[in-house]
Design a protein around this ligand. Structure first.
Ligand code: KOT
Length: 837
């Protein structure tokens, strides 16, 4: 840091009005100014991207002013700061969101209009940063929005992947992946902080010795050092000055990396070393809830965690505080176990670098970290082969072994030597090969452990973390997920936002509970009509996008039945498609059968190596091909697979939904958050008693929720009684017909081989109870169709549903984390003497 400047002088610099004003005239001037001075263009030759950039920099100037004020205010006082550690942030495009949160959307629209430009047109220009796979990464992004909106000092730490989640295309019905080069046009929303960087060691060996004072010392000699450089993105809250930091680390070769190799003349080795360093933050792993166990992935995790902890320690010490009091400056949240190596790294930093005694270091560590679990799927629990771990982090293996030794010593007494409990609690797993259980490391090193929905937390306590719960019940709590109404209503559904605000004012945007004031309008004929009009308009707009993207023409008057999320067997997109086939067969058996017209919209990515998930995509497209063009169907059923599901597309899809498909096998979806966004946008839910569906149903009322399927308990009982899926196949003619058609090639040009693996897995294994839930699902869908026939009644249900969704704001979730886990308070930020716009 530069110390040469006179601080007083810097403080007194006043940012000129022309750079920060929020009125239409000032915005216009600023946009032209940036067009000239940033893009080097004048209007006659400027491209759409030039204008996008000019507007983005105009918005950025306004963010920076608030950001500087926030940082200054945080450093002046003594406030506990939330540090959110997440390997993923699925932010979505910034421009529209920042305009909403700054409260200048209308002004920007007007300014551009007066310049002969259209804001939507520029907003659509932005390439979204897809630095996450799905729910877990999107939750981190919603939480960053809520932290800023609630004026809580917070830093989000993560990785600046050069390539985010792959882009999906559909060719001949199959998913094909393309790289996501999201930085290709530059990124106006980040500031590279070249001066903030840390060296990170990898691999090598460890030596121990006693120094002259008789103190044990450790030297870790790595075989590689990489440099992590900070890239900061400001995150502004909704109509407050608070602007927090998302700090993402990019890996590079250290300045002196090539010294040895160049000196020895080994140029190509020097170049290789540089490439290896840059590779660490090169690409996001696209496996949602499947383990990968790759060296690079562990390197990524350690890389960002070590940079982040060194950064936090620096901030803490520069405040003039003692290292022993670290936990008074930071509360560190682990977003699942991807950053759990932080517990070992914190111990290493405190013991090896800051000379603390082990017990003192452990006290600091276990008062600092809290751990959120996001899945019960056993295949998603992170485990690292011990030898692989040692090859990347030799010192951390020693530390983990020491943590485990001390921990098991303590535990043995408490469980009276129960070997089974001891080995379940052990951080190190035994077997043909030993391995490290990251969830156990996270539990041992954290003062708080939480699940993400009520049912999920209960199941955690009864199953995967049962022995941890028995050991320390006081650490456990539930924090039901939430979503930000700023992006998921105000930005994505402005028409519905305006309609709601016309009745109950705008307070609900920050206090989502106030949506309950809508209930009294649920029988108002004019309001009902307006509600239906908005929905129809959004459906018409989506229909246009669908035809543009897929060439499929859909009827905006039909039920928009929507399942959008990662493709995974536990989420059961194939159950949905079995219903489509069942309706189709009804028509084929009786072309005059009464069928309520439906448009089935699917979207979602499959992990590139997940065969069955990719087969499900192919099946959806194959069924669609037959159903969509069969003249007997008379356009009453349409099946659409909308490619490349991401935040941008989600924003266009949710507002158009009538029916939200939340049909996971009970006990498998930890929470779900798409369920919340769809419901908030007026869709009714068809769902199992899984994840947050349980709480959504409690809130909206069982009469407004289409429930089907086995409960989590019934799923487990059915399994232990010996579940036989073939029995359901043999005894249910409609189910049998649908499965036979798939395997006989009815939907695949008589190719009877393509779907063999999928059908066999359903008939002889069916881990996710698709066949067991089939009839219940189809019956429930018949009730949906019946209900939809009365459009006014449906609209009334939709209004009541939205009115009762207040609980599912991420503001509520974050308030709970702040009060019950982090113990942090809000710190209002003042700007020119005022605390908000
Ligand atoms: C991925 C890998 C390992 C461990 C957990 C995951 C994971 C879990 N990724 N996404 N999730 C989802 O997280 C969301 C936010 O809490 C939940 O709503 C959703 O149910 C999880 O599947």
């Amino acid at each position: 840091q530069d110390k040469g400047l006179d601080k007083k002088e810097v403080q007194n610099v006043l940012v000129e009005d022309a750079r920060t004003g929020l009125d239409v005239e000032t915005l216009k001037k600023a946009i032209l100014n940036n067009l000239f001075y940033v893009q080097g263009k004048y209007p006659e030759i400027a491209t759409r991207n030039d204008y996008y950039m000019a507007l983005a920099y105009t918005v950025r100037d306004r963010l920076l002013q608030r950001w500087v004020a926030s940082v200054k205010q945080y450093l002046e006082g003594k406030h506990r700061i939330v540090s959110y550690l997440s390997a993923e942030y699925l932010l979505g495009p910034h421009l529209g969101n920042n305009l909403v949160n700054l409260g200048i959307y209308k002004e920007a629209e007007q300014a551009l209009h007066e310049m002969g430009l259209n804001l939507d047109w520029l907003i659509e220009k932005e390439i979204e940063p897809g630095l996450g796979n799905g729910g877990l990464g999107r939750l981190a992004a919603c939480y960053m929005d809520s932290l800023a909106t609630l004026e809580v000092p917070a830093i989000g730490y993560g990785i600046r992947y050069q390539f985010g989640i792959f882009e999906q295309d559909i060719r001949d019905g199959w998913q094909v992946e393309d790289t996501d080069n999201w930085l290709r046009r530059g990124n106006p929303w980040e500031i590279a902080r070249r001066e903030i960087s840390y060296d990170i060691k990898l691999g090598g060996y460890v030596q121990h010795y006693m120094d002259r004072d008789g103190k044990f010392r450790t030297i870790w000699t790595p075989d590689l050092i990489v440099k992590g450089v900070a890239y900061d993105t400001p995150i502004v809250g909704y109509k407050v000055n608070t602007t927090n930091t998302l700090r993402l680390w990019k890996s590079e070769a250290p300045n002196s990396f090539d010294f040895q190799s160049f000196n020895s003349g080994d140029y190509s080795n020097a170049v290789n070393q540089k490439i290896i360093c840059e590779n660490i933050s090169k690409v996001l792993y696209p496996n949602d809830e499947t383990r990968s166990g790759k060296v690079l992935r562990l390197q990524q995790q350690y890389f960002f965690v070590s940079c982040s902890l060194q950064d936090m320690i620096g901030i803490h010490l520069r405040q003039g505080e003692r290292i022993e009091d670290f936990q008074t400056t930071f509360a560190v949240q682990l977003n699942d176990t991807h950053p759990a190596v932080a517990i070992a790294e914190m111990m290493r930093l405190l013991v090896d670098e800051y000379d603390l005694e082990w017990v003192d270091a452990w006290r600091v560590t276990t008062r600092t970290f809290a751990y959120t679990n996001h899945t019960l799927l056993p295949e998603a629990l992170e485990k690292w082969d011990m030898e692989l771990f040692a090859s990347v982090l030799p010192r951390h293996l020693e530390i983990i072994q020491e943590i485990n030794r001390r921990f098991l010593d303590e535990v043995t007494v408490r469980v009276y030597g129960d070997q089974e409990k001891i080995s379940s609690l052990s951080i190190i797993g035994e077997g043909p090969r030993r391995y490290i259980k990251m969830a156990n490391l996270a539990c041992a090193g954290s003062f708080a452990i939480n699940g993400v929905a009520a049912l999920h937390t209960e199941l955690l306590k009864q199953t995967v973390l049962k022995d941890w719960y028995a050991l320390s019940p006081e650490k456990f709590s539930n924090k039901t997920n939430g979503v930000t109404p700023r992006r998921w209503m105000v930005l994505s559904n402005p028409k519905l936002t305006e309609l709601i605000s016309s009745k109950i004012g705008e307070n609900w945007i920050k206090h989502l509970d106030e949506l309950k004031n809508l209930e009294k309008f649920a029988d108002d004929p004019e309001f009902l009509q307006q509600w239906m009009d908005v929905k129809l308009e959004m459906k018409t707009q989506l229909a246009q996008r669908i035809v543009n993207r897929t060439n499929i023409k859909v009827d905006p008057e039909s039920i928009f039945d929507i399942q959008v999320k990662r493709i995974h067997e536990y989420k059961r997109q194939h159950l949905n498609i079995l219903h489509v086939i069942t309706l189709y067969n009804r028509i084929k058996q009786n072309p005059e059968a009464e069928i309520v017209p439906r448009t089935f919209v699917f979207a979602g990515k499959a992990a590139p190596g997940y065969k069955q998930a990719k087969l499900i995509i192919k099946l959806i497209n194959s069924v669609g091909e037959i159903v969509n063009k069969d003249p007997d169907v008379k356009g009453r059923l349409k099946v659409v697979f909308y490619p490349n599901y991401n935040v941008t597309n989600a924003q266009k899809i949710y507002p158009a939904a009538d029916l939200s498909e939340q049909i996971s096998t009970a006990g498998k979806e930890a929470s779900g958050t798409g369920n919340m966004k769809l419901s908030l946008n007026g869709a009714l839910t068809i769902g199992t008693l899984d994840g947050a569906n349980v709480e959504i149903r409690e809130c909206v009322g069982e009469e407004n929720f289409f429930l089907f399927g086995l409960t989590a308990e019934e799923v487990e009982n059915t399994k232990s009684d010996g579940y036989n899926p073939f029995h359901f196949y043999e005894n249910n003619p409609n189910l049998k017909l649908a499965l036979d058609q798939i395997s006989n090639g009815y939907f695949s040009h008589l190719d009877d081989t393509i779907f063999k693996d999928l059908i066999n897995s359903l008939l002889y294994d069916d881990q996710f109870m698709v066949l067991a839930d089939y009839q219940s699902y189809v019956d429930c869908q018949d009730q949906v169709a019946e209900a939809f026939k009365d459009k006014v009644k449906w609209a009334r249900m939709s209004i009541l549903n939205v009115a009762r969704m207040g609980k599912f704001s991420s503001d509520r979730s974050i308030r709970e984390y702040c009060d019950e886990i982090w113990k942090v308070k809000s710190v209002p930020v003042t700007l020119n003497g005022t605390s908000s716009k």
